[in-house]
Design a protein around this ligand. Structure first.
Ligand code: SF4
Ligand code: SF4
Length: 276
């Protein structure tokens, strides 16, 4: 319900859906927290954990649970999470400071030692923090993981940082004679996002890419992963900006892992798919 009302889950919903490490576990060192409360077909986190600490199981729409005893806080699941919903929290760092590691897909990346604004799940300022690590190896597939140290009392709230030197949004002039899709047409069936909501996001946030609109109004985050709405969102951006479709970057692919039968693999593209 909080996601619908506020755009992010409440602590109570996170605890109910995914569990929460005990204070005894927090005292032992860094530990991962999944903040994934929607029942979506997704499980890359399960395979990413070398300690087999994350369980999604069957059906694939289960919420993930992290076994706090098995988790070493290595952070490998943070970049692997398609929903950018896993964080590593370290409450054992010092008497006064804690650390939070989170995915950060914005440029420019911060550097170790930078003082940054630490934000909560809603994007509101919480406190100042200092970057202690930025990890961006090839295996992260363009999802850098940033770690910051902050006053310990804020580690349950802080989940990201303010973008650095974010460019001012460009001002777009709508194309006057474009053949508009009516505002009340649902373009994303999975998340029930209308053309009007997409158009408003393009105008308010100067959305230049399908990904930027996806982050604002959730189109493309549902079961079909943008198969239905991707082209329509591109078209609405075209209508609003006058750009060509080829100039509008598509959404980043985040395909969920889906069960595929051996029969389907063996006959891929050649014949029958038993799917049974
Ligand atoms: S932090 Fe490491 S050990 Fe813990 S759940 Fe994530 S991948 Fe597994
Ligand atoms: S990988 Fe998918 S299922 Fe796992 S925590 Fe992230 S969004 Fe949730």
């Amino acid at each position: 319900m909080s996601i619908l009302q506020n755009g992010f889950p409440s602590l109570e919903e996170i605890r109910a859906a995914n569990g929460w490490p005990s204070e005894e576990r927090f005292a032992k060192g860094p530990v991962a927290i999944a903040e994934c409360v929607q029942e979506i077909p997704c499980n890359p986190c399960e395979a990413a954990c070398p300690m087999h600490a994350i369980q999604v199981g069957n059906p694939i729409t289960n919420n993930p649970h992290i076994n706090e005893s098995l988790c070493t806080g290595c952070g490998m699941c943070v970049a692997a999470c398609s929903g950018l919903a896993i964080f590593v929290v370290d409450k054992s760092y010092s008497d006064t400071l804690g650390k939070v590691s989170f995915p950060f897909e914005y440029l420019p990346l911060p550097e170790k030692g930078d003082e940054v604004d630490a934000l909560d799940r809603s994007g509101s300022f919480v406190c100042k923090g200092v970057v202690t690590r930025v990890l961006n190896p090839a295996r992260n597939d363009h999802t850098p993981v940033v770690t910051i140290e902050i006053p310990k009392e804020h580690v349950d709230e802080v989940r990201t940082i303010r973008r650095l030197n974010a460019a001012e949004p460009a001002v777009f002039t709508p194309v006057p004679d474009a053949e508009y899709i009516d505002d009340d047409v649902i373009v994303c069936r999975c998340e029930e996002v209308t053309a009007g909501q997409v158009r408003k996001a393009v105008r308010e946030y100067a959305g230049e890419s399908v990904t930027s609109i996806k982050r604002r109004v959730r189109c493309g985050m549902g079961l079909c992963q943008g198969k239905t709405c991707g082209k329509l969102v591109t078209r609405i951006i075209q209508e609003e900006t006058g750009k060509k479709a080829s100039e509008i970057p598509p959404a980043t692919d985040r395909p969920p892992v889906r069960p595929v039968t051996f029969g389907a693999l063996a006959t891929a593209g050649k014949g029958e798919d038993d799917n049974g």
